[in-house]
Structure formats: C-alpha cells, structure tokens
Design a protein around this ligand. Sequence first.
Ligand code: SF4
Length: 340
Amino acid sequence: MNREQEIAARLCRWFNTAGRALPFRKTKDPYHIWVSEIMAQQTRIAALIPYYEKFVAAFPTVTDLANAEEETVLAHWQGLGYYARARNLHKAAKIVRDEYQGALPKDAQALRALPGIGAYTAGAIASIAFDLPVPAVDGNVLRVFARLFGIESDVLKPQTNKQITALVTDMMGYELPSVFTQAVMELGALVCLPASPNCAGCPIRELCTAYEQGKTEALPVRAAAPEKKTVPRYIALVFDANGERVLLRKRTEKLLHNLFEFPSFDTEQERADFLAALNAQNCLPLPPSRHVFTHLVWAMDGVRANSSAPAPSGFFFAERAALDQFAIPTALKLYKEAAK
Ligand code: SF4
C-alpha cells in the first residue's frame, strides 16, 4: 500500500466511525444532497440543519421545488442569507424538471451546467450521491491537502488548486468516492481546523508532512484577500399612524433582487427628504448595523418614525405581525426585529 492509499484508507475508516450523523448523510437522494451542499456554501453545517429539514419537507422533490413560486422558495430560505443560492436552486430545479424528467443528471459536466453549481458542488453531488470519482475541492480540502502534503505555494493560485485536485482525484480511486469526499470534508470540519488543527486526534497524523515538519500553523499559504468596499446605507422604519403596519418595498436591484426591504438610501439627506415628504413624526434613532456580503460591506444607520401619509409609489404598508411572511434579507435582521 503506498502513502496515498494508506491516507485514503485511514480517512475512510475514521469517517465511518467518527463522522457526524447528519440528516443529509442518511439519504442517497441526489436532490437532498444538492440542497444540503448549496446551503453549506455559506452556512455552517450545525446552523443549516433546521433550514435543510424544513426546506426538504416543504419541497420534497425537485419537481415540487420547480413548481413553487419564487417568493415561496425565498421565504423558505429566510435566515440563511445569500439568496442568490435559493434563486439559482429554483432555476436549476426547473431545468431538471423540464430536461431531465425531475432527476438530477448522473454526470458532473451536466451538473456543472446547472445554475449555481460550480466545480466543487458538481464534484460533491457526483461523488456523494452517485459515487463517481469526481473531486470536490473547496477551501477546507485545500487546507487539509496543503498540510498533508506540505504544499507551500499559495492555495488560491490556480496551479496549486490543480495540483491538489489531481491528488484528490488519484486518492478517490482507492476508496468509495462518496465516503472519501465526506471523510476529507469531515476532517477539515472537525479536526484539521483553520486556526488550530487537532493533530493529536487526527487519524492520519503519522502520514502528515506539516505535522512531521512542525508547519501546521504555517500552512496553507494564502495571499491576503483585497479589502472589501464599505458602503453606507440609511434605513428608515416607517410605521403607520397607529404603529400597526410598516413600510416595505420589493427590491429591483441586482443585489438582493426580489427581496423585501425597508426604505433605504445612499445618503442621510435622501432619507431626510423621504421622511419629510411623508411628514414623518416621532423620529428616533436605531442602533447601527453592519453586514458583510461577498464583495462589499453595508454600514447601516437606522431611524424609526410614524407617518399617516399613504405609501409612496413603489412602497406598501405590511402588517407588522405578518413580517415573517416576507423574505427580508439577513442583512436587515436587526431592523426587521425592531419592526416586528
Ligand atoms: S496531522 Fe494535523 S495538520 Fe496534518 S492533517 Fe491531521 S490535523 Fe491536519
């Protein structure tokens, strides 16, 4: 048995006894595995479980999801954020319904052609659901493999990704792909952690170059990401005269498209003009809030006020008690709670 075979065998043995019993590991339904992978893209596993369970209960099959209205799908995504994932999942479900008779294609290239499915997710679905030897390489896998093989080049560089992808592909061939993929993911999630790997509890410690050479803290090498642009947003919670309803609008912008938000503005002056036009009363400040998107940061400043004017064009008053029915982005969580 060579070193790669030994690593693959130990990892899979370890996973079969120490892997967590997650709800989407009890199924071989490719659609359920797909949903869990999309949710896991920006959400921690422990946090996504209740959302996953509710989502697959509401939409048990690809066709159920495809047949649902986008608003209903977005409402079931509430709390997870990054709504583009839900929109793409919905779009892809329609393609699977119409072009693949409601069953996900058993082919990594065809999976990759679906909206929201990149190389990593295609590899995860192909290997976990269909046992195809297709690698799924994300940040966790890059970290584990950079340490395991003592790779000192920047893991964000395409050549390093290619080198690690080739290693993963080779090693998958020695074991059942579904188990191997999940074993590497699980090692990255539970043992080979970013800040302080638990090498003492690692099943492949004796085979790990970084451990042997004392480089576990130094690897992986990752070039610093460019700083995200911070954009101010001025939010206004405008309640009606008796405080039972609050003003909302449906976003038409690309960012958070079709989600609902409270009136928000680029400048404080625009917000002041808007409130003045509504003859708003009882204007009080709300705490500031920040939200980090993948490419920018919103620095939010909030106020609350009352107005007896009708909703201006493009806005409507929603019952405060019914706010949970509207897909309001996680970015506005603090103001949503204040509006309830
Ligand atoms: S020995 Fe440590 S650094 Fe190496 S794979 Fe295991 S946890 Fe990661």
